[in-house]
Ligand binder design. Structure first.
Ligand code: THG
Length: 374
């Protein structure tokens, strides 16, 4: 067995306002998202962190969810041009899950949009360079907007005890923040945006720290207040998010996928009443129906090896798709994969074979997505 190579860290890989604290707490592994460090393991096993997340509360340094700020008289126009989701009824204080697509309806990113003012938005992005895309579009179209990446770093507070911890630190007003809404709270005489959102299904908040120099203070305040709630450092948990049906850009979707293939139909306005990049392509795909979709596949055998490359999915002796993310589900006690599967084979109950890189062919079954039975 060869060992896992480590990563040479240079200035191109950005640290965050919370990196010092995360390192003090023994971060063991990083990923890199938007050129920024994202913790992916601490001292405990990923399984222990999973059960802890479902029972207690965790602090996640998700500063890599960079904000692309779009501001100015044409801001609303530019944001609507970038997404097939109908934003006409979006309200200030609302978070909206959207896709950004190109002229072929290929997905550029799947951010959360925060509407701060009628002419002021943040795109809280997944892993691709939306800043450059938005700057290019605004220049090319001569729009009256500024496009920037502000000094804003989200810290997620996730888990069933997130609400009680947030209330202790910021007061009872945080309880009133609805799912996918945000409000402003005070921290050390600074106002911070706080949304009820996060990349888990366990509930929680995200605090958008808008002054890097306050990173240690914010972390320490939550950490100390959280002791009585068994707070721990955490990170977006792969097993929890796959069981919960959350998609990941770069894994379940890339620029070669359209929103239908990722089951994001409900976020696409197709009636021609709004204008956006890729509309004709999206309408065309919608008429014929997508040729493949993301589904779940449960398959037998020992936990499959950890490997990020796609594995073939076979039915009737031919290749009908590939895995996108594979985990050992702690609820099902079985291998659970998200997979892109061709239309004739994507119905729940379809028997398939997953070819894992150890050369073993494992029997599997297609299941609906998101999984409603766990
Ligand atoms: N929080 C913030 N920014 C982010 C993420 C986040 N940017 C990158 C990435 N995550 C964006 N992707 C997602 C994907 C799914 C969800 C959030 C961000 C999500 N979906 C819910 C669901 O599918 O059940 C709700 C969707 C809805 O109601 O519209 O939470 O996590 N700040």
């Amino acid at each position: 067995m060869s060992s896992i190579p480590d990563l040479a860290i240079s200035r191109r890989i950005r640290r965050t306002p919370f990196t010092e604290r995360v390192e003090k707490l023994g971060v063991k592994r990083y990923s890199i998202v938007n050129h920024t460090l994202l913790p992916k393991a601490f001292q405990r096993s990923i399984e222990d962190d999973y059960w802890h997340l479902r029972k207690h509360v965790q602090l996640w340094d998700v500063s890599c969810q960079r904000q692309v700020e779009i501001r100015g008289p044409d801001a609303a126009k530019l944001v609507q041009w970038m997404t097939p989701r109908d934003l006409r009824k979006a309200k200030i204080g609302q978070c909206l899950y959207i896709t950004l697509i190109d002229q072929n309806a290929g997905i550029i990113n799947d951010p959360i949009l925060l509407k701060l003012e009628e002419d002021h938005f943040w795109l809280s992005i997944a892993d691709s360079d939306v800043l450059l895309w938005a700057k290019g579009l605004s220049l090319g179209r001569g729009l009256d907007v500024t496009v920037n990446e502000p000094d804003v770093s989200p810290l997620a507070v996730q888990g069933p005890k997130a609400e009680i911890l947030m209330e202790k630190v910021f007061g009872p007003s945080v309880r009133k923040i609805g799912f996918f809404q945000f409000d402003t709270v005070d921290f050390n005489r600074n106002s911070l945006k706080v949304s009820r959102s996060g990349y888990s299904k366990q509930g929680g908040f995200e605090i958008y720290l808008n002054k890097s120099s306050l990173g240690n203070d914010l972390w320490d305040t939550l950490w100390e207040a959280g002791q009585e709630f068994n707070v721990a450092p955490g990170y977006p948990n792969l097993v929890e998010r796959v069981e919960g049906g959350l998609l990941s850009y770069g894994n379940e979707m890339t620029r070669s996928n359209n929103p239908f293939e990722c089951n994001l139909d409900q976020y696409c306005c197709l009636d021609g009443s709004i204008d956006y990049i890729g509309r004709e392509a999206l309408q065309r795909i919608s008429e014929n129906g997508p040729i493949q979709r993301i589904r779940g596949v449960i398959f037998e055998g020992e936990p499959a090896p950890v490997c990020a490359s796609p594995w073939p999915i076979i039915a009737n002796g031919k290749n009908v798709g590939h895995t996108t993310t594979v985990v050992w589900s702690l609820q099902l006690k079985a291998n659970l994969s998200l997979a892109m599967i061709e239309s004739e084979f994507w119905d729940a109950g379809q028997r398939v074979i997953v070819e894992t890189p150890d050369g073993i062919r494992r029997n599997g079954t297609v299941v609906e997505f998101p999984l409603s039975f766990i």
